[in-house]
Design a binder for this molecule. Structure first.
Ligand SMILES: [Zn+2]
Ligand SMILES: [Zn+2]
Ligand SMILES: [Zn+2]
Ligand SMILES: [Zn+2]
Length: 127
């Protein structure tokens, strides 16, 4: 499926030239957003809601909420904790607190560092 021909979920414009982003919305419906700043910010807000709901679901079912590049870990977590045994011992590369996610940068190849939700790994030419 290509993005062309599907209307933008937010502004309802159909664009042939500009593909936009295909995604599955909060209601599980495959849809598309265009590149307009307004639509992009609504799109990111919707992604956050989807992620929040997914995280709640994992927490309730006792699954690890460590965020990997392609979604949550979802392994069975240690009783009373939000993370599995592999992720509970991971520490933020910046501050040393419990890490909650893998470094999301992909443009410099694979990065093994993990971070808490407050910190971002700054990738420079020297690393
Ligand atoms: Zn739009
Ligand atoms: Zn895990
Ligand atoms: Zn940190
Ligand atoms: Zn990194």
């Amino acid at each position: 499926m290509t993005a062309s021909g599907l209307p933008c979920k937010f502004c309802h414009m159909v664009s042939i030239a500009d593909g936009g982003v295909l995604f599955t919305d909060f209601d599980g419906i495959p849809t598309r957003t265009c590149w307009k700043t307004d639509c992009q910010s609504k799109y990111h807000w919707e992604l956050e809601r989807i992620e929040f709901r997914e995280k709640r679901r994992l927490q309730i079912t006792g699954k690890c909420i460590f965020k990997l590049l392609d979604g949550f870990c979802a392994e069975l977590s240690i009783t009373g904790e939000f993370f599995c045994k592999d992720h509970l011992i991971r520490r933020c590369a910046i501050c040393g607190k419990q890490a909650t996610r893998a470094c999301p940068k992909k443009d410099w190849g694979t990065c093994d560092l993990v971070l808490c939700h407050e910190h971002t790994h700054i990738h420079t030419y020297y690393h």
